[in-house]
Structure formats: structure tokens, C-alpha cells
Design a protein around this ligand. Sequence first.
Ligand code: FAD
Ligand SMILES: CC(C)=CCC/C(C)=C/CC/C(C)=C/CSC[C@H](N)C(=O)O
Length: 478
Amino acid sequence: AELRAPPDKIAIIGAGIGGTSAAYYLRQKFGKDVKIDLFEREEVGGRLATMMVQGQEYEAGGSVIHPLNLHMKRFVKDLGLSTVQASGGLLGIYNGEALVFEESNWFIINVIKLVWRYGFQSLRMHMWVEDVLDKFMRIYRYQSHDYAFSSVEKLLHALGGDDFLGMLNRTLLETLQKAGFSEKFLNEMIAPVMRVNYGQSTDINAFVGAVSLSCSDSGLWAVEGGNKLVCSGLLQASKSNLISGSVIYIEEKTKTKHTGNPTKMYEVVYQIGTETHSDFYDIVLVATPLNRKMSNITFLNFDPPIEEFHQYYQHIVTTLVKGELNTSIFSSRPIDKFGLSTVLTTDNSDLFINSIGIVSSVREKEDPEPSTDGTYVWKIFSQETLTKAQILKLFLSYDYAVKKPWLAYPHYKPPEKCPSIILHDRLYYLNGIECAASAMEMSAIAAHNAALLAYHRWNGHTDMIDQDGLYEKLKTEL
Ligand SMILES: Cc1cc2nc3c(=O)[nH]c(=O)nc-3n(C[C@H](O)[C@H](O)[C@H](O)COP(=O)(O)OP(=O)(O)OC[C@H]3O[C@@H](n4cnc5c(N)ncnc54)[C@H](O)[C@@H]3O)c2cc1C
Ligand SMILES: CC(C)=CCC/C(C)=C/CC/C(C)=C/CSC[C@H](N)C(=O)O
């Protein structure tokens, strides 16, 4: 097909994994001549951030990556980064009175324990997740053949039809109840995983539920030195220009270009300190959640007008504590026989935390070692900021506690209606994909899709957008 001259300038708002991977894919598609400006008001990395504790860095936000997250894998390879193993140690589940499940060092013992308490439900749960992941993986084939989707719903439908898309309209609870899983298994095994990963209950949509359960698979990994290195690496590799400022509004305006033609363009108005600046762009990608509390971006003079976004994001606090865990809260066993490195909690545990687990620094290759005084660094997820009294309840003694509050991921409440990807002719929104599931890989998929969509719409390649029957069509292609 004929190609139109590339755009002069593209703006991306947000330098998290979504914005930086969008810059990378846009550069691949539009070539070296387009100027790409990436706006970031805080740190490059966004929700991939580390916390520094006594000279060591720990992941505070997005920390684990699934072995089948192929975009993240590809970035790490292309950028020459190294990986570390992100899971390890023994897991326990606490219901407010006792540990209802405790992992052992022996695989076969774990199998016997699980079968004894829950029959074959654990195996069936893995099979259900595998089935969802199998369909989900089709996105990589579609994207490698350059196909794009104009909405999150169309993207999910292309992966597995009505049933797959329907997962957004059903809770995980009703889906698994219908599939015959017992209340006991749902309360003791599934709910704690939703609490640690998304700070929510089994009332979240079934797709994000499956994504969350996939974190129980083996082989989870992280980037050595911190996951945010992927963002700074992509920014550099894309040869984009970082503007450290806060975008306040975007306005549609008619501008006379160097060719002499009046053209509709987007004016991006931003603040650096107290100074206001602005610049004009042919294409704009918004790679941050659009709501008042998080990005606070206004859209001015658009025809038709762009709606206000109100998606409610879940408040979660990450706390890192270096100290000696008060194991008596969870178990009557002596402290030296406790042995668990992660404790998840059930919904009815009445505890003020969602989870607690030993963490490694971003440079540790192996399982974490205790410091010379025998203490570890623990990561706690809680709904609210922990008080000193609560920390003293959890720890016999501690050296320090550092906290980071987040508006972490959407509050899931099926049926979900995902925000549009196309906000206006050449204005695209990436983070609507989080309504299906929030994860690094989801933002990378949204970024690849938006870059392809922007490219095809710029060049009028309508046949590459929302194609029906892609799975069948590409079955026989390499
Ligand atoms: C505690 C926690 C744990 C998590 N754990 C995992 C995990 O283990 N694995 C996983 O895959 N995912 C995890 N996630 C989810 C994952 O981190 C996110 O889905 C992903 O990082 C989102 O990336 P993003 O680029 O889309 O958004 P963000 O990272 O939020 O990036 C948006 C950027 O835009 C900037 N911005 C906002 N408004 C403006 C403005 N007006 N002007 C300029 N810049 C602006 C922000 O400062 C931010 O840097 C976790 C998230 C949290 C919070
Ligand atoms: C998108 C697919 C198929 C898989 C991604 C699976 C994944 C890694 C999801 C992340 C879920 C999430 C938001 C976890 C937060 S907590 C992570 C960890 N348990 C921690 O302790 O930090």
C-alpha cells in the first residue's frame, strides 16, 4: 500500500512501561524522522518504582513478570538487560485464626496436602488459567503480523470470541462457582491470591482473576537492577525526547504547517515548575490513567467533546520493614521453626494487612539472605497506611519501616465497560486496557496496539484494523 509522509511530531504523555514501550513501537513503525516527545511529571517508570532502604533497592510497585509475557521478555533481550528469579520460599495462608495451608519444601508433600484438603481443585484451577492464557497468547501472533484493534473489547473478542470477552462481565467468584469450585477452595486459595495481587476480592472480573492466578505459575522473573530499567532503556532506544513536565490540557487547534496547508493539530500544554509551555503535535498518545486524581488532564475544544473519565483506582500501601517477624501471630510453632517466607490472608482474616513476604533487593540473584542479625526485609501490602502500633504487632523488633501509597490498579466491578482507545481522530488512550487487567505486559500490549493503530490510521490501512477471523487466517502463517 502507498505510504503517506510520516507525521512531524508525536507526543506521548506518561513515561511508565506503557508510554516508553509506545515510543519504542512508534519509532519502529514511523521511522527515524519523526520527533517523539515523551512527557513525564514524576519519575521514568511510573508504577515501576523502587524504594531505597539502607543502600539497597527493592521493587515497590510492579515487581513480577510472567514467563509468557513475551513483550517484556523481548524488551529485556533487545535492551541487553539481565533477569533475576522473582519467586521462591514457602507460602502460608492465614484465615485470622490459623494457617489453613502451609507449603513444604517437598513438591510431593504439597501435592498430597492440596489433594487432601481440596481434592483436585488446585489442578483444575491451573488448567482453567492455562486455557485463558492459551487464548491470550494469540495477541502476539496478531501483533507480529501488524494487526490492530480499535477497542479493548474488539481485541479481547479476537482472542477467544464471546466467551473470552464475556469474562469482563462476570465476577471471578461466579465463574469459578459455576465451574464447580468449592466455597472452601475459593475462600482459602483463590481469595488470598486476589488480595495480594489486586488488593480486592473474588468480585473482580474473571479475566483479571485469571491474570492474577497466573502469578501462581513457576518461573516468575524480574529485571536485575529494577524493572524500571526497561522504561529508561526503551526511552533511550526509541531516541525520544523526555520532557520533565506535567501536561495540564490538550486542545484541538487549526495550525498552518510549513507546507502552507491549514491542518488540525493537538496543542499539548504543560507546566515545568511554575512556567507554562506548549507545543503542537500531529498525533498524541495518552499513557496514564485518565482521571482527576491521577493525571488531571483536560481536553479542550474537541469536536465531538471528549468525555470525563472517572475510573476509580484502588488505594494500596506498600511497606518495607527490616525486622524480626512476630511469627506467633500466625503460628504457635517456635520462631526458628516458622519457615514461611510469604503469608497471604483470607478475606475474613480481620487482619490489617493483605499479605506479607520476604523480599530480595533488585540486585540479589538468589533467594534473600538474612542480614547478620538474622532479620529480613519484609514487604507488606495493606489497604491503609500501617500505624506504628500495627507494625509493632507484626514485628518483635524492627530497624526501619518505609511506606509508599499507590493508586495502584482499577477497582474492578464487572460488568466492565472499557474506555475508548480512539479518543479523537489522532488522539489515542492506552490505559483503558487496565479495565480488563492491569499488569506491565498489558500496558506493553496496549502500547503496541496503539502504535499500530496510529500508523494504520495515518496511512489509511483500514484492512489492518479490527479484522474478523484473524485466528483462522493466521493459523497457517509463520
Ligand atoms: C503495588 C503494585 C504492584 C504491582 N505489581 C505488579 C506485578 O508484580 N506485575 C505486573 O505485571 N504488574 C504489577 N503492577 C501493575 C503495573 O505496575 C502497572 O500495570 C503498570 O506499571 C502500568 O504502567 P503504565 O505505564 O500503563 O502506567 P504508569 O506506570 O502509571 O505510568 C503513567 C505515567 O504518567 C505520568 N503522568 C501522569 N499524569 C501525567 C501528566 N499530567 N503529565 C505528565 N506525566 C503524567 C505518571 O507520573 C506516570 O509515570 C503493580 C502495580 C502496583 C501499584
Ligand atoms: C498479563 C498476563 C498474562 C500475566 C501477567 C501476570 C502478572 C505478573 C500479573 C501481575 C499481577 C499484580 C498486579 C501483582 C501485584 S503484587 C506482585 C507480587 N506478589 C509482589 O509481592 O509484589
